[in-house]
Write a protein that binds this ligand. Structure first.
Ligand code: FES
Length: 257
């Protein structure tokens, strides 16, 4: 039997997951991608993460652009999919395209999983593989101690409304992946990272704040994060190009960053 190519099939499918901190969820994504590849042998199947996990969505997308594919279908594997996530996804892809400078293939975003008529079948299938949870009765098991972090630096990434719309999720993803790649927790003074609610200067979105100095950075991009890491976190120098000093007066986002 000869294999036929479906002309409607995209050249590349990019599966989007939230995060993979450990090896097991990463392996899960590899397995899903392999299954997809079997079902769609004419397509390149890739995945990327929007929070922590490598490759990040941006890295995976830019890599596919570099492969010269004609079309990329982006498939968010998220339940439920917040409307703000959809907005963020479209905005981020447009920004990455704008910053990239190369000719890009056609990009489309797949429908929402929650709208699929197969959801009930999927849940029914999952119910056939339930594992009983052992409830703890020993109080000692419920009161484990915690390690108090020795790291001296903290980076807060604002996740308030304005910052989310301006791409804070991509900034968080890039920072978390660089934290792992560059071993920032144990390099220099040691850096911890955290998401925060609104940090105040919403018109400078997306905003991050670096402690112990409390330096505000605005209009932050992935490139700005790279500089904040190398110059501020690791070398102790504030990156003036992105910094907004606490003058007590209104400041506007500098466009020429
Ligand atoms: S929403 Fe980020 S500073 Fe207000």
């Amino acid at each position: 039997m000869t294999e036929t190519t479906n002309p409607a099939e995209p050249d590349a499918v990019l599966l989007v997951a939230k995060s993979a901190f450990a090896a097991a969820p990463y392996a899960d994504m590899e397995r899903i991608a392999a299954t997809m590849a079997e079902a769609h042998p004419e397509s390149m199947i890739r995945f990327g993460f929007t929070e922590q996990g490598m490759p990040s969505l941006r890295e995976a997308l830019l890599d596919l652009v570099g492969q010269g594919v004609a079309r990329i279908s982006v498939v968010p594997l998220l339940l439920p999919m917040e409307p703000s996530f959809e907005t963020w996804l479209k905005k981020s892809i447009r920004r990455w395209h704008h910053e990239d400078g190369r000719d890009w293939p056609e990009i489309s975003i797949a429908g929402r999983m929650t709208d699929s008529p197969l959801m009930a079948d999927l849940v029914t299938l999952l119910l056939q593989d339930c594992e009983q949870l052992e409830l703890a009765t020993d109080p000692k098991l419920l009161s484990e101690g915690s390690l108090v972090p020795a790291q001296k630096r903290r980076v807060l990434v604002c996740q308030g409304g304005a910052c989310n719309v301006a791409g804070a999720e991509a900034i968080w993803c890039h920072l978390r992946n660089q934290q792992v790649r560059q071993k920032l927790r144990v390099t220099g003074d040691g850096t911890m990272t955290a998401k925060s609610t609104c940090l105040g200067p919403c018109n400078l979105a997306p905003v991050v704040q670096v402690f112990p100095e409390g330096t505000y950075y605005g209009g932050v991009t992935e490139a700005a994060i790279d500089r904040i890491i190398s110059e501020h976190l690791l070398a102790g120098s504030v990156v003036d190009a992105f910094a907004y000093h606490p003058t007590g007066r209104k400041q506007r986002l500098r466009k020429s960053l």
